[in-house]
Design a binder for this molecule. Sequence first.
Ligand SMILES: [Zn+2]
Length: 345
Amino acid sequence: MNTKRRTCTWENWALQHISGGALMQQGFIRSYQFQKIQETYSWVFRNSSFYKKKYKDSECPSVLNNWQDFRDLPLITDDDIRKRGMEMVCVSQSQISRVVSLDTSGTTGLPKRLFFTEEDQELTLDFFHHGMKELAGPKDRVMILLPGGQRGGLADLLKKGVERIPAQSFVYGLVEETEECVNEICRNQITVVVGIPVQVQAVAAWCGDKKIKVPVKRVLLSTDVLSDTVRHQIEEGLSCEVFNHYGMTELGYGGALECGEHQGMHIRENDLYVETVEPASGKSLPEGSLGELVITTLNRKGMPLIRYRTGDMGRILPGRCPCGGILKRLDGTIRRIGDRAAWNK
Ligand SMILES: [Zn+2]
């Protein structure tokens, strides 16, 4: 446990996408991101009736000239996706290769549907490939305890990403029987597990209680909030190194990933711009402030999101990671807005 990796391999991948390999500073990343934002803005203005109307109604300029123009754009919400998601789509239906329907909760009772082209999905696959290199090498055997094993689903994309490392990958799905899952981990000699915190916690507790030694060395946790308590229980129960990941379907699943220093999650800044806003007013907050995470996709064509309120409270960490990386990092303690009271204690 605690083997130091001085370079964050997937950060190198992200920077390669931004600069083509040239040495860079954060200013270069911001220039790249602004250019991508301008391109995305122009793309949605031309191709999405939702964005066109929204920006015209808000008297936004037809071209973004500076960051202030961008920060003045209205925020979009969960409800916009539920009610007018189809109008956000910028390509013909024949170019959509995957539609993900999410829960029907929320005020409208309508499902949230996200549309992706083949190229949009490739962005996710590429991120999974390089992100998973942080945890797994060719000798590792990875078990995915996540839903979406069907073609193009979350677990399927992750499996394909791992296979590009190349490493062996198994989709187990959600854990219904802890004992059976532990048996599968042992039987397949699994060294890396990807799962949801509460489910992996149950696996770790089982192994701890029964004094079962599993071959797992590293665990990636995603799709839900990870508390320090749960993290430590998993580290203890499985004698493994735990990596946290922040993602949601709206982000094309992948958002930010810890490096081996475990001091915040490096944001996938080649594909996403992340900012924080004051939840009540929607006003932009300075870096380091706790606020609602708002994201803009930089390379998506099917259904780009511009200044989308995630409903998650988080913080962009000031300063650089001890690994030497220059991508911005998210504090690992992210909470849903519904838990905002917990932040005020
Ligand atoms: Zn780092």
